[in-house]
Ligand binder design. Structure first.
Ligand SMILES: Cc1ncc(COP(=O)(O)O)c(C=O)c1O
Length: 384
C-alpha cells in the first residue's frame, strides 16, 4: 500500500514503546517497576464514576454537539474563569476526547507549509510530531536545568522571526516537572506582544503546581484573545482512560476547531461529558488527596534519585515527573534507560524521547506507589 508522504513526518510517543518492551519482559516472567507512563495510578474518584453510571442508565447514549454539551461547556467556562481569574464563556470552549486532540487540531488549524512554530525541548513529543506533519518548521527552545527547567526568554527573543506563527508553552511541564513562573511568562509576553503570534498554552497539569501559584499567559491583558488553553480531566481527576479534555480559545477559532471535531470524532462521549460536569462541579477532595500524595512522593523520589551514584535531580515544581541529570553515570540517556529496564527491571524514559535537549537525562513518572518508587531506586543502585 502506498501511504501519503506526510506520514513519514509523523512522530510518536516513546512511552508506549517502552511500555510494550516492559510488558514483553513481564510476559517472560520478569518483574518490572513501571515509572514510564504519565498517568495517575489512582482510580477515578467515585462520585465521577457514579455520575457516568447514572448518565448511561438515564439514556445518555446519543450524539452531542461537536463542541460538547452546553452544560459541560458552561461548567468548563466557570472552572477556567475561576482558576485563571478572568472571564470565559461557553462559546470559547471546545470539548475533545482528551487534551491531546487540541494540539492536533490547533496545529492543523493554524499551520501552513513553512510556518515556524517554537516549542519546548525537552517537551511533549507530539508538539514536534504535529508541527512537522503539517509541513511547519519545528523550532525547539531549550529548557534549561540551571533555570529550574524554564527556558531563557532571551533564547526566545533570538528564535522569533517574521515566520513565527505559533508559540507552544507548557507549565507545569512534561517531562521536566519544571514550571514557567509569572516572571518568565511576563517576559515571554513582552517579547511577542507586538508580533502576530498565537500561543498554545498547555496547562494540563495546572492543578499540580507545588511551588507558588499557577500563572496562565491568558491573565496578561491582550493575551486571552490570542491564546488557546489546553486542559482536561486526565491528570487532575485520574481520568486518562475516559478520554476527555478541552481547548479554550477565541470565538473565531472555536467554531473551526469544532468543525475539525465534526470531521473526525463527531463529538465526545455523552455520558463521559456528564461525568466531567461532576468532576468540575462536585467535591474536589479526591483530586486534593491525589495532589497531596504526589507532593509526598516527589520528596521520596528526588531523595532516592539523588542517592544513586552519578544521578543528580533538582526538585520538580509541578506535574508528576522527576528528570534527573545522569551525565556522570557515563551512559547516554538511551543506554541507561535500556540498562535499567533490562538489567534492573525499572521502566523509565530516555530524556531524548522528548527531543535532542533531553540527552543527559532520564524521566521518571512518580505516579506510582511509594513502595514501588523505593524499590526502583534500590534496583537502579544495584545495576550501576
Ligand atoms: C504535556 C501534556 N499535554 C497533554 C497531554 C494529553 O493528555 P490527555 O490524556 O488528556 O490527552 C499530556 C499527556 O501525557 C501531557 O503530558
Amino acid at each position: 500500500m502506498r501511504t501519503a508522504k506526510r506520514m513519514e513526518q509523523l512522530g510518536t510517543e516513546t512511552a508506549f514503546e517502552v511500555l510494550a518492551k516492559a510488558r514483553k519482559l513481564e510476559a517472560e516472567g520478569k518483574n518490572i517497576v513501571h515509572l514510564e507512563l504519565g498517568e495517575p495510578d489512582f482510580t477515578t474518584p467515585d462520585n465521577i464514576i457514579q455520575a457516568a453510571i447514572k448518565s448511561l442508565q438515564a439514556g445518555d447514549t446519543h450524539y452531542t454537539p461537536s463542541n460538547g454539551t452546553l452544560d459541560l461547556r458552561n461548567s468548563i467556562a466557570k472552572y477556567v474563569s475561576k482558576t485563571r481569574g478572568i472571564n470565559f464563556t461557553a462559546d470559547e470552549v471546545v470539548v475533545t476526547p482528551g487534551g491531546k486532540p487540541i494540539m492536533f487540531y490547533a496545529i492543523i488549524a493554524l499551520i501552513d507549509e513553512g510556518d515556524e512554530v517554537i516549542y519546548p525541548n525537552p517537551g511533549f513529543p507530539i508538539y514536534e510530531s504535529m508541527i512537522k506533519f503539517m509541513g511547519g518548521k519545528a523550532v525547539p527552545i531549550q529548557l534549561r536545568e540551571d533555570k529550574s527547567f524554564a527556558f531563557d526568554p532571551e533564547d526566545l527573543r533570538k528564535l522569533v522571526t517574521d515566520k513565527t506563527k505559533l508559540l507552544i508553552i507548557n507549565s507545569p511541564q512534561n517531562p521536566t516537572g519544571g514550571i514557567l513562573t509569572k516572571e518568565v511568562v511576563l517576559k515571554i509576553a513582552e517579547i511577542i506582544k507586538d508580533k502576530d503570534i498565537t500561543v498554545l498554552s498547555d496547562e494540563i497539569y495546572s492543578r499540580l503546581v507545588f511551588e507558588g501559584e499557577p500563572f496562565s499567559i491568558t491573565q496578561i491583558p491582550g493575551f486571552k484573545e490570542r491564546t488557546i488553553i489546553l486542559d482536561g480531566f486526565s491528570k487532575t481527576y485520574a481520568m486518562t482512560g475516559w478520554r476527555s479534555g478541552y481547548g479554550v480559545m477565541n470565538t473565531e477559532l472555536a467554531p473551526q476547531i469544532s468543525r475539525l471535531m465534526t470531521n473526525s470524532n463527531s463529538c465526545n462521549n455523552a455520558f463521559v461529558q456528564k461525568a466531567c460536569i461532576e468532576a468540575l462541579d462536585g467535591p474536589q477532595d479526591g483530586a486534593e488527596k491525589m495532589r497531596a500524595e504526589f507532593i509526598a512522593r516527589r520528596e521520596i523520589i528526588v531523595d532516592g534519585l539523588n542517592s544513586i551514584p552519578g544521578f543528580s535531580c533538582i526538585m520538580p515544581h509541578g506535574a508528576f515527573y522527576a528528570f534527573p541529570n545522569i551525565t556522570k553515570t557515563g551512559y547516554t540517556s538511551r543506554e541507561l534507560a535500556d540498562h535499567v529496564l533490562y538489567k534492573g527491571g525499572v521502566a523509565a524514559l530516555s530524556g531524548t524521547a522528548f527531543g535532542a535537549y533531553g540527552e543527559g537525562y532520564l524521566r521518571f513518572s512518580y505516579a506510582n506507589s511509594r513502595e514501588n518508587i523505593l524499590e526502583a531506586v534500590k534496583r537502579i543502585k544495584s545495576v550501576l
